[in-house]
Design a protein around this ligand. Structure first.
Ligand code: CMP
Length: 137
């Protein structure tokens, strides 16, 4: 079994898409192994997106991620990282495939409803960033 971190971003929460997104995960074989709602601090968001710190969009991305609560989840499946990324669609909704979460609801590259770990290495860092072992079922 593989685990990955999913975040429903502030735009997904304010658009009342929590249920829709979780439904897609559960009906496509991704088990919810952990879940919590949280308003990130600036320091927490900066630390989470540390790898993007040199990108021109970093400051705006952090402000967006702290603009409202997010839903943090650990998803589990045999191929969870790839499966989650397929359900999300491309970062840019204009490039996302029909039927994906981002194609259907994302406004732009930044306000793109969900985040998903992109590799085993980042999944391990991202899950450990938000969850302790006893919070994962
Ligand atoms: P996410 O999957 O959370 O990983 C990094 C995030 O940075 C990405 O989703 C977007 O929200 C944001 N992002 C990536 N590229 C751009 C861009 N070109 N402009 C603005 N935001 C971006």
């Amino acid at each position: 079994m593989q685990k990955t971190l999913s975040i429903i971003k502030p735009d997904g929460v304010s658009k009342k898409l929590i249920g829709e997104v979780i439904r897609r995960f559960e009906s496509n074989g991704l088990k919810i192994a952990a879940l919590k709602m949280k308003k990130l601090s600036k320091t927490e968001a900066e630390g989470f997106y540390y790898v993007h710190r040199e990108r021109p969009f970093f400051g705006e991305l952090v402000e967006f991620m702290i603009s409202g609560p997010v839903v943090l989840m650990v998803l589990e499946a045999p191929d969870a990282i790839k499966q989650n990324r397929e359900l999300m669609g491309a970062t840019d909704p204009a490039e996302a495939k029909e039927g994906t979460i981002r194609k259907q609801w994302a406004e732009n590259k930044q306000n793109n409803i969900v985040h998903g770990s992109d590799s085993e290495e980042s999944a391990s860092f991202e899950i450990g960033y938000f969850f302790s072992g006893i919070e994962i079922f």
